[in-house]
Design a protein around this ligand. Structure first.
Ligand code: NAD
Ligand code: GLY
Length: 387
């Protein structure tokens, strides 16, 4: 975890390169500081002509747009901007249709490049537009939230939401490159940073107990709210480590036939919470995943598959970061049966049976046939936990 160096001469850190090995769809993830300001260097190899089509949203544009605009001007690259509303509602069929028409109306060609500049909402929507317009246009991910830098920008899952559930229309479509400038996180609200941190911890809990221990020791530096150009080495290390983990899993199981499902640790529980809250902002995706990971650990403890002390370590760690750890902290009346019903809509349901990702720290695996009375009691106790 210590292979990142500073280059103090230009205030930019050494760029970390993480390969995603997928045959002729292989690509690189670049991680560093200041990459946005010299974006021309990192995208030019993919341009057939000096122009890009940028899909972003208003909040990202407000905080980071000028950096990208200036960098493209400096590189003499013409930019066509498509700036949508911020928020999950943008990942809709209507927004997809309107974006598709706007891109086609602007004369996008199959050999052009779409830049997805934003968090997971923009990455998923722009990626899906790229996958489907003209039967496939190349795209590059420039993620600007912690969640999107460690998870959604890598691995090629793209899509939009439907009234029947999240991400139910989509495609596996890999980007040509992922460019992670960790300084974009300097303007991210703390609550969003905390939500993204859940996905960072997830990699430790899946199969990397040493990483979880490292996070216990270094979380203050990783999470410090505002980080200057040269003060975010531990954050870069953490993000790079997560990208390596995700790249390894995606390379082994791109289409989620097995191992990739482990990335859903905490998500079966978490998605149920999000669905019950109606995606109205009461709970963010990462917050729901954090609570879901605690519920998965509690289920594992009750099944004799995890140690109580380890469950308590994770709860203590999340509390230290200021994250929610139980459903009791969600500002909505909840009940266990309603949450359980949502779980039956999960993509891991097979022949009517829910697949749960369970296990101790660093030892997650998919379990089927779990006694639903145990799940119901875990949910009930989480809803009624002391706050
Ligand atoms: P998001 O894109 O909505 O961003 C969260 C908030 O941060 C928004 O309000 C946004 O405007 C703001 N923001 C983004 N970057 C900012 C910056 N640099 N400075 C200030 N504000 C900024 O949400 P997210 O958490 O990044 O992503 C959640 C989405 O990702 C969900 O739709 C989820 O389904 C999806 N997701 C996809 C995958 C995948 O593999 N494709 C994985 C996990 C999650
Ligand atoms: N975020 C889960 C996955 O990419 O598979």
């Amino acid at each position: 975890m210590t292979d990142t160096k500073d280059d103090n001469d230009n205030n930019h850190s050494t760029i970390q390169t993480v390969p995603v090995a997928l045959g002729d769809r292989s690509y690189e993830i670049l991680v560093g500081t200041g990459l946005l300001d010299v974006i021309g260097e990192h995208i030019t190899p993919f341009l057939k002509q000096p122009r890009v089509f940028i899909v972003t949203e208003k909040t990202v544009f407000q905080h980071q747009g000028n950096r990208l605009k200036t960098a493209l001007e400096n590189a003499n690259i013409t930019a066509h901007w498509f700036t949508l509303e911020a928020g999950e509602a943008t990942k809709s069929f209507d927004q997809y249709h309107s974006l598709a028409c706007d891109l086609l109306g602007a004369g996008i060609e199959r050999s052009d490049i779409i830049l997805a500049f934003g968090g997971g909402v923009i990455g998923d929507l722009a990626g899906f537009a790229a996958s489907s317009l003209l039967r496939g246009i190349n795209f590059i991910q420039i993620p600007t939230t912690l969640l999107s830098q460690v998870d959604s920008s890598v691995g090629g899952k793209t899509g939009i939401n439907t009234p029947f559930g999240k991400n139910l229309i989509g495609a596996f479509y890999q980007p040509k490159r992922v460019i992670i400038d960790t300084t974009t996180l300097n303007t991210l609200p703390l609550r969003e940073l905390q939500a993204g941190y859940a996905e960072v911890v997830k990699y430790g809990l899946i199969d990397d107990p040493d990483f979880f221990t490292w996070l216990e020791e270094n979380c203050d530096a990783v999470m410090a709210e505002k980080q200057g150009h040269n003060s975010s080495q531990l954050r870069i290390e953490a993000i790079t480590h997560c990208c390596r983990a995700k790249a390894r899993i995606v390379a082994a199981d791109e289409r989620e036939k097995g191992q990739r499902a482990l990335l859903n640790l905490g998500h079966t529980f978490g998605h149920a919470l999000e669905a019950e809250c109606g995606y109205d902002g009461t709970i963010l995706h990462g917050e729901a995943v954090a609570i879901g990971m605690i519920q998965a650990l509690e289920t594992s403890v009750r099944l004799g598959a995890a140690n109580m002390k380890n469950r308590d370590r994770v709860i203590k760690h999340f509390k230290k970061i200021g994250m929610k750890t139980s459903a009791a902290e969600v500002d909505k009346p909840l009940n266990a049966d309603a949450l359980l019903q949502h779980m039956f809509k999960d993509k891991k349901v097979e022949a009517g049976e829910i697949g749960f990702i369970l296990g101790d720290i660093g030892a997650a695996s998919m379990q089927r046939g779990v006694n639903l009375d145990i799940i119901r009691s875990v949910l009930h106790d989480s809803i009624h936990a002391p706050r």
